[in-house]
Design a protein around this ligand. Sequence first.
Ligand code: HEM
Length: 531
Amino acid sequence: MSSVASSGFATATPESWYDDWQPILNDTRFQLASAVVLAPAVAVLLWFIVAYQTSPLKKYPGPFLAGFTNLWRLRQAISADYAPRMKRLHEKHGPVVRIGPNLLDIDYPELSRTVYNTDGKWKKTDFYKNSSSIINGKITYHMFSEVDQVEHARLKRPVVRHYSVPSVRAMEPHMDAVIQEFIDHLQARFVDTRAECPLGEWLAYYAWDFLGAVTFSQKFGYMEAGKDFDGTLSVADQSIDYLGMCGQMPWLDHVLDKNPVYPLGPPNISNVTRIAVENMTARLKGEDKNFAEEKPDFLQYFIESKDTHPDVVNEGTIIGYLLLNLIAGADTTAITLKALFYYCLKDQQVYNKLQDEVRARFEPNKPVPMSEARQCLYLEAVVNETLRFHPPVSMCMERIVPEGGLALPDGSVVPEGSCVGMNPYIVGRNKGMFGQDADTFRPDRWLQQDGETEEQHKERMQRWGTAQLQFGGGSRICLGRNMSIMEVYKVVPTLLATFDIALTDPNEVWWTSSRWFYRTKGIKTTIRPRK
Ligand code: HEM
């Protein structure tokens, strides 16, 4: 019973509290309900504690919660500040950070050739699996998301040669046409009108149209429309963010996107799929008006693979190859181009040096040939620095440690079955490798330094190569790297040779979102004719 204190307010003594609750506590229904709710909760808690205490990864440093549950890293991905957060953790804990109960993020460039190699033993983790679709009721993986190494090799074999340097070089006429169109749009819309140019957005329109042209000889029309008219670019952003977040707890994908009742994943890039299917159908019927024999494209190459590898390639596989090109290649290249312009425009010395090199060689209004762009050493330094400083993929590329474990330079061995990965953003800013100013954008670091012999420079570049994971590595290395490098090497000098470009606000700070891709928005510029 409650007692009334002298103040007039009712207060509960311990005895009266017990008196009030006793009937409820004694009620067997209450006791049963408590057992049903509490017992599993206690069991789960115990399971977490035992798993934490007995984990062979317990000895590695990292946030306390990360050792218990992957919810911790899901939270980091949701924050959209993933790579900078991971970097701060490495600054605090050193080269090995435990970022999940069974996952270590390692910053040992000397191990990059071990973890990302060609022997087929280092499997991708389930992180990648949610980048898949349901076709005829079955979850279907493509080259990027297939974790089974044998199946991956089977899918890759028919098409790998089509991404080689000679195959990609054969597509240069397509590239020149798109680059010419890009210059013409910038001239008409921003130079002639003196309107402000949202260069970041235009680089993305250009990258998507470019990939449409080399993939199936048809631009999507983003430059023509001057906007993301069908929402594809926005949907692509959503799917890549979904991959980055859901990949932290891969089973979530079965609950969200792959549940047959009410799928909650990102929308499909339906317009692009429609265009891919229409192009393939027209091409197979010999009715594709956009295609010319002398200008090969990926669709043509993939159709040839159907003849050379009929056991693997059918029309469904071709659509998969086409769509993967777009999903994997458009935004990554756009992110690189945006970063290159943003960081160069922010540093007038770098920008002028690049512009001087380009203008000494190239005329305005003419797409620069790849063979000549390759001669520009400072351009090469700027591209390398951009990819190091702002890699489009800015998350840990997870692999499962195979039999025998992974020996770390600190003498410890990460046991078989654990997951490890490197993040191109972290490894690219490794101070032991790139120097104390690794957090500064400084393209000159890639050039031969005063007092450095040619041999020493070559040796340094080879060593730095181990920390260049922007395109991944080993058997799962990016297939489109030759294509994207060519795209960047051609368009950057063409723009610099044609226009004077400046940030409208030199103090602009762009918007960034770091999950699987390190996405950005901004770069408002004025564009004038070359003086
Ligand atoms: C700057 C541009 C690009 C960057 C930084 C980039 C980065 C990457 C990375 C890091 C991976 C491996 C991911 C991992 O192992 O976890 C990858 C895979 C892949 N990329 Fe790229 N990519 C770029 C452009 C392209 C382009 C233009 C294409 C196609 C035309 C492309 C097609 C692919 C494919 C097919 C894979 C899967 C390869 C496999 O697993 O066998 N990428 N990319």
